[in-house]
Design a protein around this ligand. Structure first.
Ligand code: COA
Length: 486
C-alpha cells in the first residue's frame, strides 16, 4: 500500500519537534514523572535522520528515524543504519504508511554508504515485508551475586591481573578494550561516530563505578597503570539485602583472567545485593568463566537486520580463513519491496579477499530476509530452504571445488559457502577463524545505554522499544535515548 497522494513525505526539522515528540509519547508512553523537559534542538542532531508523513491537513501521522551507526561483523566495521522511533498515529495504523517512509529513510542511508540496517522490533511481523529478519537479541540475564564468589581467582604471580576504579583519564583505554572485544563478536556497534559521547566524562555520568582489569605484567611498579584488559560498568542500585540488584551494563574483557577478576569484583557485593543483572547478547564468553549454572534470561529485545547494498555487504566480509580456498557462488535476490536488493549476483572468494558483483541468474534465489539471515550467519542454508527463504538450484561450482566438505543441506551442495565463517576480529591474532555463528550470536550492543542526559531523564522505563533503542544507540554516554523514540 503506498502513501496516499494527498500525503507528504519529508525529513523532520527542529520545527517538527513538538509533533514528533507527541507522536513518540503516544506510541511509547510518557517519560517517567519528574524527568526534566527536553527542549527542541536548535539544529538537526548530527547522525540522526528523521522522516515524517504528513496528511492533507499537515498533521504528522507517521515517523521513522535513521541513525548513523556501524556494527562489527566478522572483524570488520560495517556501516549500519539503525532504525528507531517508528510510530504511526493510532487512527492511521494499518494504512500501510510505513513502506514509503522506510524507503525514504533507507534510500538516504544507502546514499550515505550504509550497507545494512538494524532495528529492535516490538513485533517482527511489522518489518518482514520490508526485508528485516531476526538475527539476535539483547538480553537481560540475572544470577545470584554469591555465585560469583566461586569464580576462580586470576593466576597468581607478578603478572597477576588486578583491578582498579577507572576515571575519565581511562576513557580511551576503555574504548580500546571495547574495540578489541567487539571486533571479535558479530553484531555489536562500534560505538564510534556522531551519536556517541564526545567527552571522556560522559560515559561515567550514570554509573556507580567503572572497574578496570589491569595487566600486572605491564604494571611493573604496581601502581595499576598497566594495560587495561577489561572493564565492568555497573550501577549499585538501591537497598542492601537479598532483594537488591546490582546492574552491570558491560562486563567485557580480552583475557580470561580479566573476566575472572571483574566477575569477582561484582561478586564482592554478595552481602548487600542478592542478584546481578547483566546486559548481554549471544554466547557471551563471560559466561564461560562461571562455575555455577545460573544464567536466567529475565528480559530480551529481539534484533533484526536487512541488507541495503548486497555487493558492498558481502565485499566487506572477509573470507573464511585458510580453509575457504577459492570459490564462486552465484545467487539471485528477489522480493525486496523497497527496491534496493533485487538482482543477480556473483560472489567470489580468492586470495584472501571477497568480491561481490552483479552476475547472471544461474544460482539459488534468496528472499531479502533469507539474505539477511545468511549474511549475518545465523541460519544454515538448509534452514533457509525449509523456510522458503532460499529456492532454486544450489551452486554447483562451489560444490565441485570443495567435494569433501559437509554441505549446508542435502539439497544444497556448495551453499555451505554461505554464510561465511568470518575471520576473527581479535586484533592481537588476525587470521583466527571464528566458529560458525550460532543463532543467537549476532549481538547488537550488549551495553545498557547511558544517555547524554541523566538516566532519570531517559524515556525508557515504560517502553520496551525505548529501552531497546537505548541499546541500539549504545554505550555508556550514548545519545539521549529519550529522544530516539520521538
Ligand atoms: C507498529 C506500527 C508502527 C505499525 O503501524 P501500521 O500502520 O500498522 O503499519 P503498516 O500498515 O505500514 O503495516 C506494516 C506491517 O506491519 C504489520 N503489523 C502491524 N502491527 C503489527 C503487530 N502488532 N504485530 C505484527 N505485525 C504487525 C502489518 O500487518 C504490516 O505487515 P505487512 O507489511 O506484511 O502487510 C504502529 O502500530 C505503531 O505505531 N505502534 C506503536 C509503536 C510501535 O510499536 N512501534 C514499532 C517500534 S519497533
Amino acid at each position: 500500500m503506498a502513501t496516499p497522494d494527498d500525503h507528504a513525505l519529508r525529513p523532520l526539522t527542529p520545527a517538527d519537534f513538538d509533533a514528533a515528540w507527541a507522536l513518540g509519547v503516544e506510541a511509547f508512553g510518557a517519560p517517567p514523572a519528574g524527568s526534566p523537559a527536553t527542549p527542541p534542538p536548535a539544529q538537526p542532531r548530527p547522525g540522526r535522520h528523521a522522516w515524517g508523513t504528513f496528511d492533507a491537513d499537515g498533521r504528522l501521522v507517521a515517523k521513522v528515524v535513521g541513525l548513523e551507526l556501524a556494527s562489527w561483523f566478522g572483524g570488520v566495521p560495517v556501516p549500519t543504519c539503525g532504525v528507531a522511533g517508528v510510530a504511526v498515529v493510532a487512527e492511521r495504523r494499518g494504512d500501510g504508511l510505513l513502506a514509503d517512509l522506510f524507503r525514504a529513510v533507507l534510500d538516504e542511508a544507502r546514499a550515505r554508504g550504509e550497507v545494512v540496517s538494524t532495528l529492535y522490533p516490538t513485533a517482527p511481523g511489522i518489518y518482514r515485508r520490508l526485508g528485516y529478519e531476526l538475527v539476535g537479541a539483547l538480553d537481560q540475564v540475572e544470577l545470584p551475586t554469591a555465585e560469583l564468589l566461586r569464580v576462580r581467582a586470576p593466576a597468581a604471580g607478578p603478572g597477576r591481573v588486578t583491578t582498579r576504579r577507572a576515571t575519565p583519564a581511562d576513557a580511551e583505554a576503555v574504548r580500546c578494550v571495547y574495540d578489541r572485544w567487539a571486533a571479535a563478536q558479530h553484531g555489536p556497534l562500534t560505538r564510534r561516530g556522531p551519536l556517541f559521547p564526545e567527552t571522556d566524562e560522559e560515559p561515567f555520568a550514570d554509573l556507580t563505578g567503572l572497574t578496570l582489569a589491569v595487566d600486572g605484567d605491564s604494571d611493573s611498579d604496581g601502581d595499576g597503570d598497566g594495560e587495561v584488559l577489561g572493564y565492568a560498568a555497573w550501577r549499585r542500585g538501591e537497598g542492601y539485602d537479598e532483594t537488591s540488584t546490582i546492574e552491570v551494563d558491560d562486563l567485557l574483557a580480552t583475557s580470561a583472567d580479566a573476566y575472572r577478576a571483574l566477575w569477582r569484583v561484582i561478586g564482592s557485593f554478595s552481602t548487600v545485593t542478592g542478584r546481578v543483572r547483566l546486559s548481554t547478547s549471544g554466547d557471551d564468553p563471560a559466561r564461560l568463566l562461571l562455575p555455577g549454572g545460573s544464567w536466567k534470561v529475565v528480559g530480551t529485545h529481539p534484533y533484526a537486520l536487512r541488507l541495503l547494498d548486497v555487493e558492498r555487504a558481502f565485499a566487506l566480509r572477509p573470507p573464511a580463513g585458510p580453509s575457504a580456498g577459492a570459490t564462486e557462488l552465484s545467487f539471485t535476490v528477489a522480493g525486496d519491496t523497497l527496491g534496493h536488493l533485487d538482482g543477480d549476483y556473483r560472489l567470489r572468494v580468492a586470495d584472501g579477499a571477497t568480491a561481490c558483483e552483479r552476475g547472471t541468474a544461474d544460482g539459488p534465489t534468496f528472499t531479502p530476509q533469507g539474505l539477511a539471515l545468511a549474511w549475518a550467519g545465523v541460519q544454515s542454508c538448509a534452514n533457509l530452504r525449509m523456510l522458503g527463504h532460499l529456492t532454486g538450484p544450489a551452486s554447483r561450482r562451489a560444490a565441485r571445488r570443495r567435494p569433501g566438505r559437509q554441505c549446508g543441506g542435502p539439497d544444497a551442495p556448495g551453499e555451505s559457502d554461505l554464510p561465511h565463517r568470518p575471520v576473527g576480529g581479535d586484533l592481537t591474532s588476525p587470521g583466527d577463524i571464528d566458529p560458525p555463528p550460532s543463532s543467537r550470536e549476532a549481538a547488537p550492543d550488549r551495553a545498557a545505554a547511558r544517555a547524554r542526559s541523566p538516566r532519570r531523564s531517559r524515556h525508557d522505563s515504560r517502553s520496551a522499544t525505548a529501552q531497546a533503542e537505548a541499546r541500539l544507540v549504545g554505550v555508556r554516554g550514548a545519545p539521549a535515548t529519550n529522544l530516539e523514540t520521538r
